[in-house]
Design a protein around this ligand. Structure first.
Ligand code: SF4
Length: 364
């Protein structure tokens, strides 16, 4: 196993990122082989359990209520519906179900209780359960852990500097605080970001500094390529090249040797050769299913063909950490506290976000 370094500087990371490609690939692949089986890839299914209508203003997101996109909002799904989808995902080779709700933060009440029941139900199917529900308090993190949650996703998205150009409705520190709350439990942390949002390479390095300095480092780091959706503030941003994705994956692998590096949104635009290079550079997880929350994703059969072609095999559930137990609601030692935490509202304005919001008024 490689030694973990938590004090990477931005310069050190930039030096890695900008290495000649063959050297970067060789170094990343060497770190990867030392710490992981290079022929195993963890497969997750992302399920949008509550879509659209989000009060936040994330510039990349079609689920923000304020932008004019074609995303149709849905209320929270029922437990049985989620169970049926999880069983389908399991049958097609997924070892993890990640449930996403378009919320700013979790509020104690019936809906959260329903999510806790979903966590118990999927854990009992012997699948890893992940949730991405927005900001959560320590008590909410403990309730999720007690229900049997395996991972909590909360992306840093980009560097702290560039964050202010992407989102104005919450601060970077809020993200770190939620990750800190998850760390007070046994739930693993999944946190990564998006490249191709108009950020500089320095911002990509800045995000990796922030993630790598978390101690322990996140068990999972998704690397997304922006999928520019019509109606969002970033609709006109050109897609990044596959080479940038490969560099980002390779650099992430080197600075966080033990983590699962997830190839996430943007895979539909990548060739098989491009994805193969990402796996070689250290990516060892993908999201399966034809949709990633609301944006397109390669279908499961295509992915399985690619796995066959490359000799990859889906990782078994709980290969990295033992399955948590699920405590039933009646036996819970944590009660809802009805907290109203003061998550930040920085209140600055982001021009392109305001423009996208104004467009909505004109077209309605
Ligand atoms: S990324 Fe999440 S928090 Fe931001 S607008 Fe979309 S659903 Fe809301």
């Amino acid at each position: 196993m490689s030694e973990i370094k938590n004090n990477w500087s931005k310069e050190e990371i930039l030096n890695l990122y900008n290495k000649p490609m063959m050297e970067l690939l060789y170094e990343a692949a060497t770190v990867h082989r030392k710490n992981h089986n290079p022929n195993q890839v963890q497969v997750s299914t992302l399920l949008s359990i509550k879509t659209g209508g989000c009060p936040e203003d994330c510039g990349y997101c079609p689920q923000a209520a304020r932008y004019h996109t074609n995303v149709e909002g849905n209320d929270l799904m029922g437990v049985q519906q989620v169970k049926a989808q999880a069983l389908r995902a399991k049958a097609s080779g997924s070892s993890r179900v990640c449930m996403g709700a378009a919320w700013r933060n979790v509020k104690d009440g019936e809906e959260f209780d329903q999510v806790l029941e979903m966590v118990r139900t999927i854990n009992k199917l012997d699948m890893e359960v992940c949730c991405t529900l927005g900001m959560i308090t320590e008590n909410q993190a403990k309730r999720l852990a007690e229900a049997g949650l395996y991972a909590y996703n909360h992306n840093l998205d980009t560097s702290e500097d560039y964050y202010k150009d992407v989102i104005s409705t919450r601060a970077y520190q809020d993200r770190l605080d939620t990750i800190g709350n998850v760390r007070k439990t046994n739930v693993t942390v999944c946190s990564g970001g998006i490249i191709g949002m108009g950020e500089k390479v320095e911002d990509r390095a800045g995000m990796l500094v922030a993630l790598a300095s978390l101690s322990p480092q996140p068990e999972s780091v998704p690397i997304n390529a922006l999928v520019a959706v019509e109606g969002t503030p970033m609709e006109e941003i050109e897609p990044i090249s596959i080479w940038e994705m490969i560099r980002m994956v390779a650099t992430t692998r080197i600075v966080m040797p033990n983590t699962q590096v997830r190839l996430s949104a943007g895979r539909t635009d990548m060739s098989r050769e491009g994805q193969a290079m990402c796996f070689f550079a250290g990516a060892n997880s993908i999201f399966a299913g034809d949709k990633l929350l609301t944006t397109p994703n390669p279908d499961v059969n295509q992915d399985m063909e690619m796995f066959k072609l490359l000799g990859l095999e889906p990782m078994k559930p709980f290969a990295k950490k033992a399955q948590p137990e699920s405590v039933e609601a009646e036996a819970s030692q944590y009660k809802p506290l009805g907290e109203k935490p003061r998550w930040t509202r920085p209140g600055h304005t982001i021009e392109r976000n305001e423009e996208a919001k104004a467009k909505r008024k004109v077209t309605k």
